[in-house]
Design a protein around this ligand. Structure first.
Ligand SMILES: [Mg+2]
Length: 337
């Protein structure tokens, strides 16, 4: 069932939640929660997402609040923790915390701005894993910041720290393919999928080793299963700095995939000062339980209060623009049958 825009806006609450650590340049995560007959959904596209891509995010929110999720075949999901682009001492502190309190043994480290800083950050994380006696994995995410030459130089330097894979090292897929022939680190694609005009038509067979699938950016859990079918390589499910409400969709997607060979990128709850859900969606023993996480009323009221009238209006307008795009794509799917 497709709700009307008025029905969605009637149950939409803007939120602003402070982050403990700046991420993507953000200190506060903003978005809207929407309430429908199935429960809560989250609409929180980043500012650089255009209406078409924001429309897919809205599709994920509508699936959560008005629709259904695929059947789960797992009751918990192994997740990685994430270390943002912070200095090495902060990186070490965050890594020790997440290993000790959340039990994560796979840690994703953001890289790409300066090789010296990247290496210091990776060393700090490897030290934290080693000193905890954890045979852990480090995955890198460059968010397309490197040229091909920079990627080759950087990864030849960083490979000795034991790298599980590097995510979106370069913007251009052809550069990623060439890089893959130059280094012995597996390569994963993220932006080339989630920023694509049509993620369900992206096929990466023989081009990269893994596909990072972010359910909120693809249109929800069912859309994620479809992309996993068509993308042609093993997939890693990942979040989009979502509150526990949005993470529920990604957990549902991860829980329903037939093949889930690696830890999912869903341990981002540690980046929030306070989550909207109770319990908050933090890993324990490196895993998160699969369930629908709903907002806690006090946290939701505080987060709604923290969103200014001006931002609330901006988000309502953004949702309206995304809805127009969502409707176009939904009718496109109907026409195609
Ligand atoms: Mg990424």
């Amino acid at each position: 069932m497709t709700p009307t825009l008025d029905e969605i806006l009637a149950g939409a609450i803007p939120f602003a939640v402070p982050l403990r650590v700046p991420f993507r340049g953000l200190h506060v995560r903003e978005g809207m929660l929407i309430k429908g007959p199935s429960g809560w959904g989250e609409f929180a596209p980043f500012d650089d997402y255009d209406n078409e891509r924001a429309g897919r995010w809205l599709g994920a929110a509508i699936e959560a609040s008005w629709g259904t999720w695929p059947v789960s075949i797992r009751d918990s999901i192994e997740v990685n923790a994430i270390i943002p682009d912070v200095d090495s001492s902060r990186a070490g502190l965050l890594a020790r915390e997440t290993i000790g309190e959340c039990g994560c043994s796979t840690i994703k480290v953001k890289v790409g701005r300066s090789l010296a800083d990247d290496e210091a950050r990776v060393v700090a994380v490897r030290d934290a894993l080693d000193s905890a006696g954890v045979d852990g994995k480090i995955r890198l995410d460059a968010n397309a910041l490197w040229s091909l030459d920079q990627a080759i130089t950087s990864l030849r330097r960083l490979r000795s720290y034991g790298i599980e894979y590097v995510e979106q090292p370069c913007a251009d897929l052809n550069d990623m393919v060439r890089l893959r022939s130059e280094i012995d680190i597996p390569v994963a694609a993220d932006e080339v999928i989630r920023l694509s005009g049509d993620p369900e038509s992206v096929n990466l067979t023989g081009l990269v080793d893994y596909a990072i699938l972010k359910p909120m950016t693809l249109g929800g859990a069912h859309a994620t299963l479809r992309v996993a079918q068509s993308v042609g390589v093993p997939v890693v499910v990942s979040g989009s700095l979502d509150t526990g409400v949005g993470l529920s969709t990604s957990l549902a997607a991860a829980a329903s995939l037939a093949d889930l060979p690696l830890a999912s990128g869903l341990g981002t709850g540690t980046l929030f000062e306070r989550d909207l859900t109770d319990p908050s969606v933090l890993p324990r023993d490196g895993r998160i339980a699969v369930r629908r996480y709903s907002p806690d009323l006090d946290s939701l009221l505080a987060a709604a209060d923290a969103s200014s009238d001006e931002r609330a209006t901006w988000w309502r307008e953004r949702l309206g623009a995304a809805y127009a795009s969502y409707e176009r794509s939904a009718s496109h799917r109907r026409v195609e049958g």
